[in-house]
Design a protein around this ligand. Structure first.
Ligand SMILES: Cc1cc2nc3c(=O)[nH]c(=O)nc-3n(C[C@H](O)[C@H](O)[C@H](O)COP(=O)(O)OP(=O)(O)OC[C@H]3O[C@@H](n4cnc5c(N)ncnc54)[C@H](O)[C@@H]3O)c2cc1C
Length: 598
């Protein structure tokens, strides 16, 4: 393909994780002929495939055995017995988990459509684990009041992603594998396509479409210790922000309580869902002090803070006192082999401990981005506080902020979020195209601007190394914008990011070649991380309260009078983000804000 050729599709989706793949599959199934997906890595390497524990949905297949206690055994609900779970209970748990910052209308949609989505997965052949009578198996997860995590051993994301990818292929979706999106083309509030690089050839193209969706995933890679894949560098979020799109609630970054010590690799919450304990260096189950009712199955923000407090007060494990023990030994070999086989292998491979008979050292790890591109429940991206749509531009999954997770996401709700809202966005884009949306003209040569950007990066003789700048960013984000935050540390993070942005301008890309230049990709990714990290810190500085995952030691209380609002960040030239605040959608009769206790 000559590089000057312009590529055209009806619908163009960036990201082949669950959000992007659902959207593509649904749009194609609805009869849109020409749907294409770009992914910077092979679609099946998308981070969705790494998800372990489960996908939420009130299917009512399983209940705790009477009298067994909060971590006692489960049994299938006999046919004809009363259900224990409901969509309303799932909604309430999610709202409470979100510390009342989630938009309640969107949460209701997600929890209601969970049931359809799960059965659709099942009918497409997804290999869930099963109850003895053949229904989808369910386990407990943090912050959920019933066992509603539907799972496939600890490979849930893997089986979901394979299922949906196969279906997308079956419906003739075209995949551009290892194509890197670099820019978004928006003029007069109408999206007209993207600019992307064919990584193998090193060529850059303008790709026009009637509708574009970003399902580009999260950005845990801005932190030093993270459970996220190398690809999770928040490209889509930064590209949208640079194109003038507002980002919402970026200050809320989730730390998962059980990353492998020093590595951050995830030990699924299913470890605790199946009954695992957390112990300090005195072998105490310290969660008793922080969340007596829920113990290890309190929500993630609370458990991570509790671990960090134990560590900070000198009760951590390992030589540097920065770890906590995860104890699975009492679950027994059989249960670990059946329910947590991947987790066991990870512990053996990375820290040399077999959880069947050893204590696994873990620590909190940056895991999930609650914030992202502001969008409504059809994935329609909005331009401002009034909700003006950016015509033809959609977002779903972890890159989006439809605000179902508010200030803290409950485990298993994000595979659900990506599936439900990817699917809804697929329907919405199909309607948009089939109702006669036209291919909008593009002024100038957007690809040429991206070629010039790449050339400038390759030609930069700078004295810095991109890798050093990226590492320093991760260090300051971890030390100064992590689990506990305060004014002084956040100010320091902001100062350091400004310095790092300046250093980046003087950073050189080592590899100058055009084909499969991963060094160049790492440079572009570092640029993106420097862009959105500033937004995280700006939001965290502004929000003078503690809510969900955002914990300010200088403002330890939640402050609903001032801060029961979403943060919206627009790019304001070189001055950094311009913040404004959007009301939260709350049904005050049904789910009025309450104190959040577990
Ligand atoms: C280790 C781990 C375990 C998890 N376990 C669970 C769990 O048990 N339950 C749960 O609910 N959630 C879990 N999560 C969270 C959940 O997996 C994710 O939030 C969700 O899968 C995100 O899906 P997505 O489609 O938005 O993005 P992803 O699956 O991350 O996909 C992003 C896609 O965007 C593409 N992309 C990104 N940038 C570009 C670019 N510039 N150009 C082209 N393509 C690009 C990538 O190639 C990829 O295809 C887990 C997360 C992790 C890290």
């Amino acid at each position: 393909m000559p590089e000057t050729e312009i590529i055209v599709h009806d619908i163009l989706i960036v990201g082949a994780g669950l959000a992007g793949s659902w959207a593509a599959m649904v749009a194609a199934k609805q009869g849109v002929q020409d749907v294409a997906v770009l992914s910077k890595i092979h679609p099946l390497r998308s981070h969705s495939g790494a998800a372990q524990g489960g996908i939420a949905g009130a299917l009512n297949n399983v209940r705790p055995v009477a009298g067994g206690g909060p971590d006692g055994p489960l049994e299938q609900i006999p046919a004809g017995d009363a259900p224990i779970d409901s969509v309303d209970l799932h909604v309430f748990d999610t709202i409470k988990g979100s510390d009342w910052l989630g938009d309640q209308d969107a949460i209701e949609i997600m929890c209601r459509e969970a049931i359809d989505v799960l059965y659709e997965y099942e009918h497409m052949g997804c290999v869930f684990s099963r109850t003895p009578d053949g229904r989808i198996a369910q386990r407990r997860f943090g912050g959920h009041s019933t066992p509603r995590a539907n799972y496939a051993a600890d490979w849930t994301g893997h089986v979901l992603l394979h299922t949906i990818h196969e279906q997308a292929l079956r419906h003739k979706v075209k995949f551009y594998n290892e194509w890197y999106c670099m820019d978004l083309i928006i003029e007069d509030n109408v999206c007209r396509g993207v600019v992307a690089m064919d990584v193998l050839q090193g060529k850059i193209y303008t790709m026009r479409a009637k509708a574009v969706l970003f399902g580009t995933g999260g950005y845990g890679r801005a932190y030093k210790i993270t459970s996220n894949a190398f690809a999770n560098t928040g490209d889509g979020v930064a590209i949208a922000y640079n194109a003038g799109i507002p980002l919402m609630d970026m200050e809320f970054v989730q730390f998962h309580p059980t990353g492998l010590y020093k590595h951050g690799i995830l030990m699924s919450e299913a470890c605790r869902g199946e009954g695992g304990y957390l112990l300090n260096n005195k072998h105490e189950r310290f969660m008793e002090r922080y969340a007596k009712g829920k113990m290890e199955l309190a929500p993630r923000d609370l458990v991570s803070r509790s671990e960090q407090q134990e560590i900070d007060e000198g009760r951590g494990v390992e030589a540097d006192g920065q770890g906590i023990w995860l104890d699975l030994r009492h679950l027994g070999r059989e249960k670990i082999m059946e329910r947590l086989p991947q987790v066991r292998e990870l512990a053996i491979d990375f820290v040399g401990v077999d959880p069947i008979d050893g204590l696994v050292p873990i620590q909190p790890t940056a895991h999930y981005s609650m914030g992202g591109i502001a969008a409504d429940a059809d994935g329609q991206v909005i331009a401002d506080l009034a909700g003006t749509p950016v015509v033809g531009f959609y977002a779903a999954g972890e890159a989006a902020c439809i605000s179902v997770h508010g200030a803290n996401r409950l485990g298993t709700n994000s595979l659900l979020d990506a599936s439900v809202f990817g699917r809804r966005a697929g329907y919405a884009m199909a309607r948009f195209v089939q109702n006669g949306a036209a291919l909008q003209p593009v002024s100038g040569d957007p690809a040429q601007r991206s070629r010039a950007r790449v050339q400038a990066l390759l030609d930069n003789p700078g004295t810095e190394l991109v890798e050093d700048v990226a590492q320093d960013l991760k260090t300051t984000m971890t030390n100064n914008c992590g689990i506990f935050r305060d004014e002084a540390r956040l100010q320091q993070a902001m100062r350091e990011i400004k310095v790092l942005q300046a250093r980046f301008k003087n950073a050189r890309t080592m590899d100058k070649s055009s084909r499969f230049n991963t060094d160049l990709l790492a440079t572009l990714e570092a640029d993106h991380m420097l862009t959105f990290s500033e937004v995280i810190v700006a939001g965290a500085l502004a929000r003078q309260e503690s809510r969900g995952a955002h914990s300010r030691t200088d403002f330890p209380q939640r402050d609903d009078d001032r801060w029961l609002v979403h943060t919206m960040a627009h790019k304001n030239g070189a001055d950094g983000p311009q913040l404004s605040f959007k009301p939260v959608t709350i049904d005050y009769d049904k789910y009025p804000p309450q104190e959040r206790k577990y």
